[in-house]
Design a protein around this ligand. Structure first.
Ligand SMILES: O=P(O)(O)OC[C@H]1O[C@H](O[C@H]2O[C@H](CO)[C@@H](O)[C@H](O)[C@H]2O)[C@H](O)[C@@H](O)[C@@H]1O
Length: 267
């Protein structure tokens, strides 16, 4: 059975329509934003941002972005929204009250890695280094011929820096602090208001999201994989457009429900 067939045979995702009962977690790249050839080309359309804002309001703020991107970029992508965030795969977090915490690598480690990675990546034309402070993404989307060279570089570095582990993704290998995962980030949010006591929903598309799916499944939540590929997720949406459509439908139904309750209050 191909990966695509495995996905299609998964339970179809039914939009949860009672936001008072759910806590929503969304991955960004490949889920809320279409994949582009460079990280800096990505955007989330204004209509999608509006729908996220409405869903966040209907769920009393129990909506977080859980991404490999730094929080600074996540804020820019959903501007003017200010959502709960887990950035860099959970290495930095901003909770529902706006409290921020971050895992840092030692300045010496960051200096050494930067000094080694910059020339190594420059020697592989078309590859791209994304430095995130406590993590580094080694991109090869525009130079797939260097996938093995990038893999070798990552292998060497994690062997020398035991505080780092590899996080493979779509045409990228990331070096992130050990112990950091999207699953841990979702667990953290679910212990505190406004998330606690709700059923978690997590929508994601990539390998880094699998840790989140496991945690959500263990909590009897709703895990949704976007796109083809074997996954722990129990639900499936085919692509980013389907995620946008789901958000639009959910928002429309919520708006209709809100209008109906205003009308019945007036009677
Ligand atoms: O957890 P996510 O929100 O999915 O973030 C994962 C990584 O996404 C970005 O890289 C990926 O998207 C790029 C833009 O479409 C694409 O060019 C690249 O090939 C993908 O790997 C981002 O640049 C990383 O920092 C995130 O960790």
């Amino acid at each position: 059975m191909s990966n695509q067939e495995e996905c299609v045979s998964k339970t179809e995702f039914v939009p949860p329509l009672e936001p008072a009962r759910y806590a929503f977690f969304f991955d960004v790249d490949g889920t809320l934003a279409a994949i582009k050839s460079r990280p800096e080309e990505v955007s989330i359309p204004p209509a999608v941002r509006d729908n996220l804002a409405r869903l966040a309001a209907y769920s009393d703020g129990a909506l977080a972005l859980v991404s490999g991107r730094p929080m600074r970029e996540l804020d820019e992508l959903v501007e003017p929204l200010s959502l709960a965030l887990a950035g860099v795969h959970g290495a930095e977090r901003r909770d529902g009250q706006g409290n921020i915490d971050r895992i840092a690598l030692s300045p010496e480690t960051v200096r050494t890695l930067t000094a080694e990675l910059e020339p190594a990546i420059a020697a592989l034309p078309g590859t791209q280094l994304e430095s995130k402070g406590m993590a580094f993404a080694l991109h090869y989307r525009r130079a797939p011929q260097y996938q093995q060279a990038i893999q070798q570089l990552a292998d060497e570095l994690v062997a020398r820096f035991p505080e780092l582990v590899q996080q493979p993704g779509k045409c990228v290998i990331e070096l992130k602090p050990d112990g950091v995962s999207k699953g841990a980030a979702i667990k953290y949010f679910m212990k505190q208001p406004p998330f606690s006591g709700r059923i978690p929903v997590f929508v994601g598309d990539d390998l880094t999201d699998e840790a989140g799916f496991k945690v959500v499944n263990a909590m009897e939540g709703v895990s949704v994989k976007v796109g083809a590929g074997t996954s722990e997720a129990r639900g499936y949406l085919p692509d980013v457009n389907a995620v946008w459509h789901w958000l639009e439908l959910t928002r429309l139904k919520l708006d209709q429900g809100a209008q109906a309750s205003v009308r019945s209050e007036r009677l």
